[in-house]
Ligand binder design. Structure first.
Ligand code: GAL
Length: 699
């Protein structure tokens, strides 16, 4: 073996010098793989993206590059390489997941030299052998085979070059966009009062009512509530207001902070007028309280601990997040939930003493870890701020982070969450397998060692549905409203049956990460689920990735400024649950401006609950349209290309618009000149990976 020298050339470029004169094998995994760009996880040397031995179709490989679609690795060969060979395929770690489908592509100087065709989980490895004579720039790509990148764990196993002479291999990923300094489009909220957020709120009969009127404007502010047809007793600052008609419940309005508490006994729709008054004026808004079977009538908005803290979450950090939601003013824009993700329970294999302890007490009640000494106190703290609290679990015996899960303890866990006062449950999938159903009710020595729980992924619809239906029943039996969020990554087209198991939202994808590949790979592949979104049922393309993130290791989001505008615009068009993923104690002005634009958020919170779909793809341009409750439509014009697009966009008539349209730029909160749908042009200058977001209303 000749001596080798590795050189790092800046952030996204690394060089590999081979000091040799005759033909030699250069292993791909000996190059610096870090600059590769991919849709999920980090590029891996000699292991899969999920950090297991590289395994394709039952065959284990010692060497290679483990990645995830959509993936790009560029190698500047300098013209001296002769041959590239590899065994490629989906890694077996996806456990035959039907969503896994990839295509491996080798490009040389811009031309396709080899492609694997569509490969699926369990397929035997395909042999790739490519002649590289004369090729300077080699690109190894893994595409998602057109169906989104869920579970697309891809291995370039045994990948190697034959090279003839001393050459320098420079490795890079997708070309990075030129950095753009943050620019804020959202105008500051006026000092006069303005009531923001959804126009509708769902509650079940008898459930504790908590709704905080989201209003911007100078403080002090005085809130009041008036009913058109009075059927509720409303107590404001403990003075009862008049009641007419049949009695339906008692609500208590705190006139200083706008918190409405109490409960409603009788099903029905109650139209009220919310008022907010300060020294500069009064704002009012019609508001519909629907007491019925359905909650989450608009997508939940809040924060979740995973994308910033992951396994480092603690009660203190969660309280600080709640404080930050108030201090930042985001509560005044409708942000409500403070959700604890994984790692509030004890863990079966962690070396961290704060995660060690009993999983359950003698009665089988789940025991939180020592970082969460007072779960009820935590929920109370969050409620006192006018916010709501969320938790996380899995239907298997263990969560994805190897903490205590809910298998065979669903009723008991749901009752505990309710007793503590939690309002939201994210229910994952990890460690659950249909085969363990046979052990239900007999696992007296629960929890069993992790190793005893092995089995296969579900093969039938019924098997997929089962654990979610069980937890649904458990939650429905509780005397409070608990938003039910399914997190099984879209398996079995969950959007088709999530409603049947009481799901209020369901993940449609694997985990998001803060790269363009990941965010765009998920966000622009949601059309198939879109028809299933409606009030109470939302497709969830995963949490937001703006601000300081890092899954326990904080860094500023790797999305560019324009990619962040795209992310928030797209998620609002998609009627997605909006869960902030960053450390909110570290907000900067730009990140906040992405999250407090009421006209943009209003798309997400629109009472009609229709999810946008793609109505036009033309080169790098994608146009998304969303119908709104007031009869208008929002259009998002996205530029997926790497250079700015400058278009004079012609007939709006192609999207069904007629007559003169009033055009509102939602980010800038400004009116544009009216456009005649048949003949007018809409000027569009869209930055690279950026967006323009408009609302069009017929005049
Ligand atoms: C994953 C889930 C993440 C996070 C994590 C916790 O399965 O998709 O959002 O909840 O588990 O371990």
């Amino acid at each position: 073996m000749k001596s080798r020298l590795f050189l790092g050339l800046g952030l996204s470029l690394a060089a590999f010098n081979i000091g040799i004169a005759s033909a030699e094998t250069v292993w791909l995994d000996d190059l610096n793989l870090k600059p590769a760009t991919q849709g999920w996880g980090e590029p891996q040397k000699n292991q899969s993206v999920g950090e297991h031995p590289l395994t394709i179709g039952g065959k284990v490989f010692e060497r290679g590059f483990g990645t995830h679609a959509e993936s790009t690795l560029r190698v500047n060969l300098g013209g001296g390489a002769q041959k590239f060979t590899a065994s490629v395929g989906v890694d077996d770690e996806v456990d035959k997941n039907p969503a896994s489908s990839v295509e491996f592509i080798v490009l040389g100087d811009g031309k396709t030299l080899w492609s694997s065709g569509v490969m699926r989980a369990g397929n035997a490895a395909k042999e790739c052998a490519v002649d590289l004579s004369g090729v300077t720039n080699l690109v190894l790509k893994v595409g998602d085979a057109g169906d989104g990148m869920e579970w697309d764990h891809a291995d370039w196993a045994d990948a190697k070059f034959e090279t003839a002479s001393a050459k320098s291999f420079a490795v890079s990923g997708e070309a990075a966009l030129a950095p753009v300094a943050p620019y804020i489009l959202t105008p500051p909220a006026p000092a006069t009062p303005r009531i923001n957020g959804a126009n509708v709120f769902g509650v079940r009969p008898g459930s504790p009512f908590l709704f905080t009127i989201p209003a911007t404007g100078e403080r002090p502010m005085e809130f009041s509530l008036e009913q058109t047809v009075v059927r509720l007793v409303v107590i404001t600052n403990h003075h009862q207001v008049s009641i007419r008609g049949p009695f339906a419940g008692i609500l208590d309005l705190n006139t200083t902070n706008g918190q409405i508490t109490g409960d409603i006994h009788t099903k029905g729709e109650y139209i009220v007028t919310l008022r907010a008054k300060n020294a500069l004026g009064t704002a009012e808004k019609k508001f519909r309280i629907v007491c019925g079977d359905q909650i989450a009538l608009t997508p939940p908005m809040g924060w979740n601990s995973w994308n910033c803290f992951a396994g480092e979450v603690s009660q203190e950090r969660v309280k600080s997040a709640a404080d930050a939601l108030i201090k930042s003013g985001l509560i005044n824009h409708g942000w409500t939930y403070i959700n604890v993700d994984d790692y509030w329970q004890n863990n079966h294999d962690s070396k961290d003493p704060t995660l060690q302890g009993p999983f359950r007490d003698a009665q089988g009640n789940i025991v939180p870890n020592s970082r969460f000494p007072d779960m009820k106190g935590l929920a109370d703290y969050i409620h006192n701020l006018g916010l709501k609290a969320g938790l996380y679990s899995s239907p298997g015996p263990w969560t994805c982070g190897n903490c205590t899960g809910s298998f065979d303890r669903e009723r008991q866990d749901a009752a505990k969450y309710a007793q503590w006062g939690f309002d939201y449950l994210k229910y994952d999938w990890c460690s659950y397998t249909p085969t363990m159903e046979a052990q239900r009710g007999i696992s007296t020595n629960y929890p069993l060692a992790a190793a005893s729980w092995s089995g296969s992924n579900p093969s039938s619809h019924a098997e997929l549905i089962k654990p979610y239906a069980i937890m649904h029943e458990a939650l429905a039996a509780q005397p409070r409203d608990i938003v039910y969020s399914l997190c099984q990554y879209g398996m079995g087209d969950v959007w088709g049956w999530g409603d049947q198991v009481g799901g209020n939202c369901w993940r449609t994808t694997g985990d998001i990460t803060d790269t363009w590949k990941s965010m765009s790979g998920i966000g622009f592949k949601q059309d198939k689920a879109a028809p299933f979104a409606k009030p109470g049922n939302w497709n969830d393309p995963d949490m937001l990735i703006v601000g300081q993130l890092g899954w326990g290791n904080l860094h500023p989001t790797r999305l560019t400024v324009d990619e962040q505008y795209t992310h928030i615009s797209l998620w609002c068009l998609l009627s997605a649950p909006l869960l902030i993923g960053c450390d909110m104690t570290k907000f900067d002005d730009f990140t906040l401006s992405l999250l407090d634009n009421d006209e943009v958020l209003a798309l997400d919170q629109d009472a009609l609950g229709k999810e946008a779909t793609c109505v036009l793809t033309d080169g790098d341009l994608k146009v998304y349209a969303k119908e709104l409750a007031d009869g208008s439509r929002a259009l998002g014009f996205f530029n997926l290309g790497t250079v700015s697009l400058d278009l004079k966009f012609k007939p709006l008539a192609q999207f069904g618009f007629t007559g003169t349209q009033h055009v509102r730029d939602l980010w800038r909160q400004q009116d544009l000149p009216d456009v005649d749908a048949a003949t007018g042009t809409l000027p569009l200058t869209i930055p690279a990976h950026g967006v323009l977001l408009y609302k069009l209303t017929a005049k």
